[in-house]
Design a protein around this ligand. Structure first.
Ligand code: 5U1
Length: 695
């Protein structure tokens, strides 16, 4: 349909309004104003409706400012449909009531395929047809709105209200970027007729998340879901607030029109609206018979979680408008259409208790135990409450009626509590002081939302993670001890802490499924070999939070032995290069936990050892940071690093102001360039060799 659009209206064929405007305005800026409006409208359409911007933000901003300047210079040219008029106007005292010219209907719902089959059967029987053609669309989870255009210009918008009377929210709707203030096609021709457009105002999931993040920063209440956010934003008496919220609009029907020869089917009417710049969902099509309906339902159900907007179902409409009229209405809903609803993604239930789970990294997560509730297509009895701050922010208490959300495959969450239904004995949540799994004490770092168990070496919840890290190549380097084997050993109750590794014998290991004698012997050899290690590796292997390999090396060089390190307080730890308050606090907490000390003691008793490391301050390159770049001819990168570290130096991967020397081999690239820019000493390979040989 979109090729030739020249509809007869009661006022005549549609006009090119731009030409009329040109005649009315003073010479000079006038033509430019018309040009700029058309251009900005087009760019807005491409950006907000088609999601395909064609100009850079800076260019758009320049055009917009130019238009504002010209409109300021010629105020008589300022029209209500100018793209500059989307910023909101003076706050209202209250909303004015609006009577809808044609009532805004609601849809009957179907919740199962059988109900859809019954709908199709009723229609076929009433019409005496074998099969029926349907227009199928998305059912947006937003607010129904009626838009009125006079001569193609947006003049009024109202909420659905009771279907006959709604509230005038024109100024708020004007701020929605995708809502056209003038109905025009790609060539700038205006749809010069009166038309009522029905559709839905909503907020995309992304814009909802951004808004809620901003609300929290401002210390204001977060919205429960995108629908509430859209409703709260649209029902603002101050439209300048609405202008700051990113709302969207999608049309789904024509409520009335002065054009006498409108297309005679729903799908073509949607094409018509789209042609005149109205946002219409791309997910719509024409199907035949009930199988086509159910196929669309399945397809959209599968895509639901990935759509940018919330939908709560799909809508089926008899496509032919003459047949629609024949079918008519019952009560306030049409017989020719039905909404096939998806399982609700939100439901109310009772919060029975809050348990605390400990994750593999030791993070404590409060989990809601719920009275069973059917939501998002499954029965939910547990939902995450994320962390302590979230519970406080949402003011969720045990015994409350809560809103539970389960969207797609996402873990169910408690979104809010219904305060109006709170009982007097509702209990506030208190975070436990010790880990509910192992009894070690829990801590919370600055800027972290999670509380964590400090019993990293001992806690069963962290056991597998701790063992895998302990055995990893850069830690104790136990070759062959991978994921599956750790699982088997833990499940056979042979491994509880890393110390148990050094208690394993042939009988234990050979008893595991799929474990041959040779493999068992290789594993035991690898474990035995790992007993001899270095202090740095041992520190790293403990899996202390925030202590990586390089920090472990710094600590080993600084303290020289484990007992001094374990005895150090936070202040003392921060004397180590690159150790700040976060690492120092993690270390102190770790060594304050008696369970961890016990495992370390056992490891030493079971024969894990290292030669005490020479303390850094006694070494010639103590406190110096080196960066190696390019290829060295006479030694490998690892050997160069080992040589430097043996002399007390740190080796870093990137050049910064803190770098003391860059060693530049063949084909040194950007690191060498950066070193020169920062005026850092650059050593050739010869100079470097002389340095490490002490010559
Ligand atoms: N997609 C769509 N949503 N929706 C809602 N079409 C549609 N039609 C509706 C409603 C209330 O009512 C028709 C009867 C115009």
């Amino acid at each position: 349909m979109t090729n030739e659009i020249a509809y007869k209206t009661s006022a005549g064929v549609c006009n090119d309004i731009d030409k009329q405007e040109i005649n009315r305005v003073p010479s000079g800026g006038s033509e430019r104003i018309v040009q700029l409006r058309a251009l900005i409208d087009r760019y807005n359409y491409q950006y907000y409706v088609q999601d395909q911007p064609t100009v850079a933000d800076a260019e758009y901003d320049g055009l917009f400012r130019e238009l504002q300047t010209l409109e300021g210079r010629y105020p008589e040219l300022l029209l209500s449909d100018s793209p500059t008029q989307r910023v909101g106007s003076a706050p209202l005292k209250s909303f004015v009531e609006v009577s809808h010219q044609t009532p805004m209907l609601s849809l009957n719902n179907a919740f199962s395929s059988d109900e859809v089959r019954a709908f199709d059967k009723r229609i076929r029987e009433t019409l005496g047809l074998d099969t029926v053609e349907y227009a199928v669309e998305l059912k947006f989870d937003g607010l129904a709105i009626n838009l009125s255009y006079r001569n193609g210009i947006f003049v009024q918008g109202a909420t659905r209200g009771d279907g006959s009377t709604g509230e005038d929210v024109t100024e708020n709707l004007r701020t929605i970027r995708s809502l056209p203030l003038r109905l025009a096609d790609a060539l700038g021709h205006v749809f010069n007729a009166d038309i009522e457009v029905r559709g839905e105002v909503l907020m995309s999931t992304r814009d909802f998340e951004i808004l809620n993040a901003q609300q929290l920063i401002k210390g204001e209440k977060a919205f429960v879901n995108p629908r509430n956010a859209a409703a709260g934003s649209l029902r603002q008496l101050d439209s300048s607030i609405t202008a700051q919220r990113r709302l969207s609009f999608y049309a789904y029907a024509i409520g009335g029109c002065t054009v006498v020869d409108l297309p005679d089917c729903q799908s073509a009417q949607m094409d018509l609206l789209q042609h005149w710049g109205m946002p219409v969902a791309t997910f719509r099509r024409v199907v035949t018979g009930v199988d086509g309906l159910l196929e669309f339902y399945r397809e959209m159900g599968a895509q639901r979680a990935t759509l940018p907007f919330g939908i709560d179902g799909v809508v089926y409409k008899v496509n032919d408008l003459a047949l629609q009229r024949q079918l008519g209405f019952v009560a306030r809903a049409p017989r020719f259409a039905i909404a096939h609803k998806f399982p609700a993604e939100e439901a109310l239930t009772t919060l029975l208790d809050i348990d605390v789970q400990v994750g593999r990294t030791g993070a404590l997560t409060p989990v809601a135990r719920l009275a069973p509730v059917f939501v998002g297509g499954v029965t939910v009895t547990n939902a995450t409450l994320h962390n302590e701050d979230e519970i406080r922010r949402k003011d969720v208490r045990v015994g409350d009626t809560v809103i539970v959300r389960r969207a797609g495959d996402v873990i169910p969450e408690v979104v809010a509590s219904v305060k109006a239904q709170r009982c007097a004995d509702a209990q506030e949540f208190i975070m436990p002081l010790v880990c509910p799994v192992c009894g070690s004490h829990v801590t919370r770092e600055l800027d972290e939302s999670a509380w964590r168990c400090t019993g990293g070496l001992f806690c069963p919840a962290q056991r597998k993670q701790a063992l895998l890290h302990f055995a990893s190549r850069r830690a104790m380097n136990i070759d062959g001890l991978g994921d599956k084997l750790v699982d088997q050993l833990v499940e056979a109750h042979l491994l509880h802490t890393p110390a148990d590794l050094y208690r394993l014998n042939m009988e234990h290991v050979a008893s595991l499924a799929r474990m041959g004698e040779k493999s068992a012997s290789n594993l035991l050899d690898a474990i035995a070999q790992s007993r001899k290690t270095t202090l740095a590796r041992f520190i790293f292997s403990l899996g202390i939070r925030n202590v990586g390999e390089s920090t472990a090396k710094d600590l080993a060089r600084h303290f020289g032995n484990l007992d001094s390190l374990m005895a150090a307080d936070a202040e003392c730890l921060q004397q180590v290069q690159e150790v700040g308050p976060v690492v120092a606090t993690s270390m102190v907490n770790f060594f304050a936990e008696s369970h961890n000390l016990e495992v370390i003691k056992q490891l030493r008793t079971l024969g894990v050892f290292w030669t005490e490391q020479t303390v850094q301050r006694d070494l010639p390159l103590a406190g110096k940071t080196f960066v190696l770049t390019g290829t060295l001819a006479s030694l490998s990168r690892i050997d160069a690093q080992t040589a430097l570290e043996a002399m007390g130096a740190r080796v870093s991967g990137s050049v910064s102001k803190k770098t003391d020397y860059v060693v530049a081999g063949v084909e040194s690239g950007s690191k060498l360039e950066k070193a020169r820019q920062l005026n850092i000493n650059v050593l050739t390979e010869d100079e470097f060799i002389k340095l490490i040989k002490g010559t």
